[in-house]
Structure formats: structure tokens, C-alpha cells
Design a protein around this ligand. Structure first.
Ligand code: GLC
Ligand code: CA
Length: 571
């Protein structure tokens, strides 16, 4: 099943790398490219479809790399494109060294990495080590060979409880709803052991106590490093190690406890040994290869454990993503984030959207406190105004920032997808009550007046999720060159961020005193002011306006900060 390439032993070497490395002497950014990188998340299913089958693919991504270079990002993180039955949109991997035919071939991946490097873009791939697909060869053999198969120890196969083993081995619940265990049928047709899956039943969890699992993933890391990738985004990085004996949790509705309590299957201290081993592998390779943790932990302080100097390089800041559009709350989470990362000398990261949550233009269009899975469009105009302001705030903060494809177009979530077209397993497993992740996964509008708006090669052609008619007006083509568009706002912001000596990497901000609903901070000769309130506020201009998320008006030597706006200043 594994595809092979003749030439797989080439080190990563973005064209811009020597420049980046020679600027190493100039300040914090030089200590590592990732310390101030803007990393753009491509969701391959929905970015660009080269062959018109309605599904995005690697040649499609490759053809759009110049767009990403021009946007001004430093690196591209690709969600999984590996061989997969797509039970969870590719986060169920059947072969970690093969590209799914739906996305292309290993040669396409190779071409994509090469082209990206020539454009000065780095490539980060997704690694899914907590679980495989149930179609993975190991799992299939474990099932076929029955009890006693040594392959069963690479997953968590356990006898059930009850007189006939008819009850699951413990009370753990799947993140996608329902029990985290599924009972198997033995080769002779009788009911057998159960296996653990923290996500869908098609995603059995690996047993990381088994050395074959650890060996295999070290080999997979090397495979992609040899292909030239610049790093890995590690899926469910907090999940691989389970508490000894797999103890009951003793509570229901466990999903609600996530993020607050320590769970016996998440954020166990044992995971850190895995990352120490991986860090050593990353450092064997030239060109500063990195690891990024998708770690859900109860506190930012615990997230910092994943980025200690001998572990991974970055971790997503989900506490920031979950913060409402409120000056006081934002200030608190910004301070907490910076304070937590400083002791481990890791860059703070900032993120507002990804493929698992309602886009921030829609979150901020709704009343606060609804969480990150929202099915109501809210006040679209308000949401977009706040999203633009929030993006400028994020890009002004010290550290590295993640941009999810389409947020630079100000895309909202598609909240009215008919249930028949939805594909997110969490939507079905939780009986339609939760899991609205398809709404942020709708393909990108590039150009033209008819769906799929340049996502695929032919007007009127398919897209795996339907795009709303209104997206004709949000395409890259429409927004390009329009100074009021969100796309041009991002382009300007990224240009300024790249050239401004006081933006990008850093460990702290200097807060300036302001009124209610206002945030204002200084970084050297740069000031960022944010008004999260619904009324315009007059302030004494701290300097010259560099960029503004909405039109700011000067009145009698003062500047009016419009409601829900951010302004960047040169001081
Ligand atoms: C991560 C991914 C998500 C996936 C889950 C299981 O949270 O971001 O999309 O469903 O892991 O792999
Ligand atoms: Ca395609």
C-alpha cells in the first residue's frame, strides 16, 4: 500500500532559508523561524480541486501556492491527505506513508513541497499518532488473527465487563458521542473483546506502551522529514498515554469536563517522553524542523509543558480561541498566555479559527458564551467587523499566529447546510445536537459568478459541500484590489508585520491605560488600539495610523475609534 519515491533523501531547504537564517542575529525571530511565523492552515478537501471531482487535492493546493506567498504567510500546515477511508475527513489514517488517491500521489506531495520551498514557504504536515483508521493493516490483522494476536497489543483490546463481557471495559465516552468502546466479533463469529476509540469507532486508539507503536511513529517522522517537510502538527497530542489500568472516570457527559478536569485519557504526564524522543529526531535534520502540539489541557500552564526546550516547538492556544470579544477577557488571556510561555522560552501562539470550530466571523456575530460549535448565523455584518478587528489584534501580538483558510476572505460559517450533505461524524454520533464542523469546511470561493467559484475547474461543477450563493461576492477575485476588502486587510497586515522591527516575535506587551472596552498596548515604536465596545470612542492619537480595520476619523486632534475596531499605529 505504501507508495515509494526514488528520491526521498533531500533536506528541506526553502529558498528563503539562507536569508532567514542569516538574519538570525537580528533579534528574537532569528532564534528560530517559527517564533514569529504566520502559519496558514490548508484543509485539503476544501482548498482547490484540480480535476473537477468536487474534492480538493494536492495539485490544487500546489497551483495556489503563489496566492499564499503573495498573501504573505511563512508556512502552510496541511490537514491530513494520507490514505484514509475518510470516516473523520482523513483524521483516520490507513497508511501513514501514502497519499490518498482522492488527494493525488506521493509525487504530488513531493512537487508541492518543492514548489513551496522555491516560493520561500515552509510545509507542515499533520501527524495523527493517537489512533489509526480501523482499516489500517495492523488493526485489520489484529481482528482477523483473533485473541492472542500480538498485534492486538498495539491497540487497546480488552475483555468486557458483565457475565458475558457484554459491558464495555470502562465508562469512558467518545469525544464524538456514545461509548469509547466497540465490541469485536471473534473469527469464529462469537462476540469478542472490546477496543478503545476516543473518537469514532473507525479510529481505534494505539497502545503507546507497545514499543512497536513508538518505533513505527519514529519511522513515519523520518519518512516525511526525508520528503522535506518542515514540521508536524500533532493531532490529539495530549491523548497518546492513558492512565495505568484505564480507570473509570465516574462521570457522565465527559465532553463537558474536557478542558477543565484532568482526564485519565488526556494530558497524562507520560506523553512528554514521546515528545522528547521526537525532538531529538527533528534536531537530526537541518533547517529547523518543528513540532506543533494540538493539546487540549485544563490550563495554559499545562499546555506550556508540551513546549519545554526539549519537547515540541509550539502548541495551539485554544484558550485564546475560546475567548469572547471583550477587552477585559482578551487582556487577561493575552497576559496569561505570555506569562505561561515565558518560563519555557517558547513562542506564544494565537489562533482564532480552524477546521474544528465555527469560524470567528460567525462566533463574534452571535451572543457570547455559545461556545465554538454554533449553528446560527447571528448578525453577519457585526461578526465581520469584529472578525477583522480580532485578526488585526492577533497579528499584532508577540509570537506566532495561525490563519485558517478563508478567514482572510472574512468567510462566515455556513450554518444552514442541509443535514443530508453533512459528513462530520460528530454530527451523526451526537444525534445532530453537536458537531457542526462541516460549516467551517465549505470549499473556498476563488473567482467567477457560479459555484464552485473557481474551487473546481468548471463553472457549475461539483463541490463536496455546497457553497452559498452569497459567496460569489466574497471570492479572492472580487476582493483583490478592493482596499476595503478583508483580503487586502490581511495582505496589508502581513506586509507590515513582516517589515516592522517591533512586530512578530516577542515575549511581552506594554499595556497602555485606556477606558472600558478598550485595549491598547505598545511594542517599541508600534501601538495597537482595540475597541471591543459597541460605541465609538475618542482617543488622543498615539501616532500615525498604519492600518485600521474600519475607517477611523480624526476630529480636532483626536481620533475616533469606531465600535469593534482595531488600529495599528507608528509611534
Ligand atoms: C483533532 C482534529 C479533528 C479530529 C480529531 C480526531 O482534534 O483536529 O479534526 O476529528 O483530532 O483525530
Ligand atoms: Ca479533486
Amino acid at each position: 500500500m505504501t507508495q515509494n519515491l526514488a528520491d526521498t533523501s533531500r533536506p528541506a531547504a526553502p529558498a528563503a532559508e539562507s536569508d532567514a537564517d542569516s538574519s538570525a542575529a537580528n533579534g528574537a525571530a532569528g532564534r528560530g523561524w517559527w517564533r514569529d511565523a504566520v502559519i496558514y492552515q490548508v484543509y485539503p478537501r476544501s482548498f482547490a480541486d484540480s480535476n473537477g471531482d468536487g474534492m480538493g487535492d494536492l495539485p490544487g493546493v500546489r497551483s495556489r501556492l503563489p496566492y499564499l506567498r503573495d498573501l504573505g504567510v511563512d508556512a502552510v500546515w496541511l490537514s491530513p491527505f494520507y490514505a484514509s477511508p475518510q470516516a473523520d475527513a482523513g483524521y483516520d489514517v490507513a497508511d501513514y506513508r501514502a497519499v490518498d488517491p482522492m488527494f493525488g500521489t506521493l509525487l504530488d506531495a513531493d512537487g508541492l513541497i518543492r514548489d513551496a520551498h522555491e516560493l520561500g514557504l515552509r510545509i507542515i504536515v499533520d501527524l495523527v499518532p493517537n489512533h489509526s483508521s480501523d482499516q489500517h493493516e495492523w488493526f485489520q490483522r489484529a481482528l482477523r488473527e483473533g485473541p492472542g494476536s500480538p498485534l492486538r497489543d498495539r491497540y487497546h483490546f480488552k475483555p468486557g465487563k458483565g457475565a458475558d463481557g457484554e459491558l464495555p471495559p470502562n465508562d469512558w465516552e467518545s469525544i464524538f458521542g456514545g461509548p469509547a468502546w466497540t465490541r469485536t466479533v471473534d473469527p469464529d463469529g462469537t462476540p469478542g473483546d472490546w477496543y478503545l476509540h476516543l473518537f469514532a469507532p473507525e479510529q481505534p486508539d494505539f497502545n503507546w506502551e507497545n514499543p512497536a507503536v513508538a518505533d513505527e511513529f519514529r519511522s513515519i517522522l523520518r519518512f516525511w522529514l526525508d520528503m522535506g517537510v518542515d514540521g508536524f502538527r500533532i493531532d490529539v497530542a495530549h491523548g497518546m498515554v492513558k492512565a495505568p489500568g484505564l480507570p473509570d472516570l465516574g462521570a457522565h457527559d465527559q465532553l463537558k469536563l474536557l478542558g477543565n478536569d484532568v482526564m485519565p485519557f488526556f494530558d497524562q504526564d507520560g506523553v512528554h517522553a514521546i515528545y522528547r524522543a521526537w525532538r531529538r529526531i527533528l534536531e537530526e535534520y537541518p533547517g529547523q524542523r518543528i513540532g506543533v502540539a494540538e493539546a487540549w489541557t485544563p490550563t495554559v500552564q499545562r499546555t506550556a509543558n508540551y513546549v519545554r526546550p526539549d519537547e515540541l516547538h509550539q502548541a495551539f492556544n485554544f484558550q485564546y480561541l475560546g475567548t469572547s470579544w471583550d477587552a477585559a477577557e482578551l487582556r487577561e488571556v493575552i497576559d496569561l498566555s505570555l506569562d505561561s510561555m515565558r518560563p519555557v522560552d517558547a513562542p506564544t501562539t494565537w489562533v482564532l479559527s480552524n477546521h474544528d470550530v465555527t469560524r470567528h466571523a460567525t462566533r463574534f456575530a452571535n451572543e457570547p458564551g455559545l461556545g465554538t460549535q454554533i449553528r446560527t448565523p447571528g448578525d453577519r455584518e457585526l461578526g465581520l467587523r469584529r472578525a477583522r478587528a480580532a485578526s488585526l489584534l492577533m497579528l499584532a501580538l508577540p509570537g506566532s499566529a495561525y490563519v485558517y483558510q478563508g478567514e482572510e476572505l472574512g468567510l462566515p460559517d455556513v450554518t444552514d447546510l442541509p443535514d443530508e450533505v453533512r459528513q462530520d461524524p460528530s454530527f451523526f454520533r451526537a444525534e445532530g445536537q453537536d458537531g457542526f464542523r462541516d460549516g467551517c469546511r465549505v470549499p473556498i470561493p476563488w473567482s467567477g459568478t457560479e459555484a464552485p467559484y473557481g474551487f473546481g475547474p468548471t463553472a457549475g461543477g461539483p463541490s463536496w459541500l455546497p457553497q452559498p450563493d452569497s459567496w460569489a461576492g466574497l471570492s479572492v477575485e472580487v476582493q483583490t484590489g478592493d482596499p476595503t476588502s478583508t483580503l487586502e486587510l490581511y495582505r496589508s497586515a502581513l506586509t507590515i508585520r513582516r517589515s516592522h522591527p517591533d512586530l512578530g516575535a516577542g515575549e511581552s506587551v506594554e499595556w497602555l491605560e485606556t477606558g472600558e472596552h478598550l485595549l491598547s498596548f505598545r511594542r517599541g515604536s508600534f501601538v495597537c488600539t482595540v475597541n471591543t465596545g459597541s460605541e465609538p470612542v475618542r482617543i488622543a492619537a498615539p501616532g500615525r495610523i498604519l492600518l485600521s480595520s474600519t475607517e477611523a476619523v480624526a476630529v480636532e486632534g483626536e481620533t475616533v475609534l469606531p465600535a469593534d475596531s482595531t488600529i495599528w499605529w507608528a509611534v
